[in-house]
Design a protein around this ligand. Structure first.
Ligand code: NAP
Length: 260
């Protein structure tokens, strides 16, 4: 995810590679990043924190405390810290870094191709200047959406970040059905992708039309699509999906409790 961020940031015209400082506990990774993007490397997290205006923390949630706690005093008063770790609540971050302006940021993996969704939450909701910085900084990676509170942030994470994984699960069901009917694997994959992309783009380009209306236009009464939709409703697919969303949200709360 950090690499996706770096790639996106370098697409803005206000950040040059030399001004992006990177640190990592694996020297091999740092070397690769320098070769690929021409960024500057730091010898330690502490050195990076001392030099950076904005610190983006992109370690796994379970690594966050070990990474930040020993160097928390190196962070400056008012320094901007953007944390990507899922499940690490604002309250925990504020306790760790009370002197900082903190942003929780949740990207999804389409950010890798600049088609991401990036939800963010500020510890000070009225920090308009920081809001502007976050929106400008991450716009090259996709659509940047401000969250009103932590509850929205968690819902966004389940629907959009985990949701990307859920969409791939659905795509595999489509692909399997097509494969079972004798198509080559590459064709089955391409047909699946085009079905999802086509439906999404049609919805995106029909901004005056609701998704429900677009569905009605596909499904004529007593027709083929209507029969399939009726079965989906009888089988309570929505209920099954909602349970999965709630399971993901529950796991997020468990991680948050473990890291508190
Ligand atoms: N991947 C996603 O789709 C996604 C989406 C939204 C948010 N996020 C969030 O983004 C964060 C990063 O996820 P990821 O998938 O990019 O993880 P990742 O591939 O494991 O990258 C994390 C990197 O942090 C390094 N690291 C760990 N502890 C460190 C320390 N103390 N000092 C310096 N470097 C350290 C790791 O080094 P090693 O290689 O040595 O372990 C690794 O290179 C997570 O908090 C995740 O919740 C990810």
């Amino acid at each position: 995810m950090a690499q996706a961020m770096i790639r996106g940031l370098l697409e803005t015209d206000f950040i040059v590679p030399q001004r992006v400082l990177v640190s990592n506990r694996s020297p091999g990774k740092l070397q690769k990043l320098t070769e690929q993007f021409g960024v500057t490397t730091s010898r330690s997290n502490e050195e990076l924190v001392e030099q950076a205006d904005i610190v983006i923390i992109s370690v796994k949630p379970q690594d966050l405390l070990a990474a930040i706690e020993p160097i928390s005093r190196a962070f400056l008063e008012g320094q901007i810290v953007i944390c990507l770790a899922a499940g690490v609540r604002m309250e925990t971050l504020e306790k760790l870094l009370p002197q900082c302006r903190i942003v929780r940021l949740m990207p999804n993996t389409p950010a890798l191709i600049q088609r991401g969704l990036l939800g963010y939450l500020l510890n000070d909701d009225e920090d308009d200047a920081l809001e502007g910085i976050v929106e400008d900084l991450f716009a090259p990676l996709g659509r940047v959406v401000k969250m009103a509170d932590e509850e929205q942030f968690e819902a966004f994470m389940v629907a959009c970040s985990s949701g990307t994984g859920f969409m791939f699960e659905l795509m595999m069901y489509w692909q399997d059905w097509i494969l079972e009917h004798g198509f080559d694997p590459e064709v089955a994959k391409a047909i699946t992708i085009e079905t999802f992309v086509g439906a999404s783009l049609l919805a995106a380009e029909s901004d005056q039309v609701s998704i429900e209306e677009l569905q009605n236009r596909v499904a004529s009464r007593k027709g083929v699509t209507a029969a399939g939709l009726q079965s989906m409703r009888e089988l309570e697919i929505e209920r099954a999906l909602r349970i999965s969303f709630e399971k993901a949200a529950l796991r997020n709360s468990e991680i948050a409790r473990e890291l508190k």
